[in-house]
Design a protein around this ligand. Structure first.
Ligand code: GTP
Ligand code: MG
Length: 149
């Protein structure tokens, strides 16, 4: 069982897509164990996307992520990290398969509505960057016997 850090970016929140996107994860059988609507400041955005600090799009990325509130989440499930990356789709929404979140709801790499951790190491780093331990709620759900064999 893995935990992933997932974040609806400012465009997803502003476009009122939070409910639809959250439903996709719930319907898949994943479990939401942390949720926080937050205005990300410049320092947090730069730390979170530190691996891209040298890229030409970095300043625009930081501006985008800090422009309006985002919805930070911790989502749990079997193989959650790669499963959620598949559900999110390619970075460029025009290349993302239809049926993925970016493929269905976005048009531009610079407005691609959602972030998801890309490895166990980044998930651990990002979860602790955005959430205190007491903001994550572990709970059992009875339908798990119908989700997992
Ligand atoms: P995240 O889940 O947000 O990390 O996206 P990703 O893993 O699919 O892509 P990557 O980590 O390579 O890039 C991080 C984010 O930077 C992307 O999701 C975009 O929001 C932004 N980004 C990447 N490439 C470009 C680009 O060429 N132009 C612009 N404007 N933004 C970009
Ligand atoms: Mg990335």
């Amino acid at each position: 069982i893995q935990k992933s850090f997932v974040m609806m970016k400012p465009d997803a929140v502003a476009r009122r897509l939070m409910g639809k996107i959250l439903s996709r994860f719930e319907e898949k059988g994943l479990q939401i164990i942390g949720v926080k609507l937050m205005q990300i400041d410049e320092e947090l955005a730069k730390t979170h996307y530190g691996e891209h600090a040298d890229k030409p799009f970095f300043d625009d990325l930081v501006k985008y992520i800090t422009s309006s509130p985002s919805l930070a989440m911790v989502i749990k499930g079997e193989d959650a990290i790669s499963t959620i990356r598949k559900m999110v789709g390619a970075t460029n929404p025009l290349e993302a398969d239809l049926g993925t979140i970016r493929g269905d709801y976005a048009m531009d790499t610079g407005r691609n509505i959602i972030h998801a951790s890309d490895s166990p190491e980044s998930a651990e780093r990002e979860i602790s960057l955005f959430f205190d331990e007491d903001e994550i709620c572990e709970y059992s759900i009875v339908d798990n016997v119908w989700i997992y064999e």
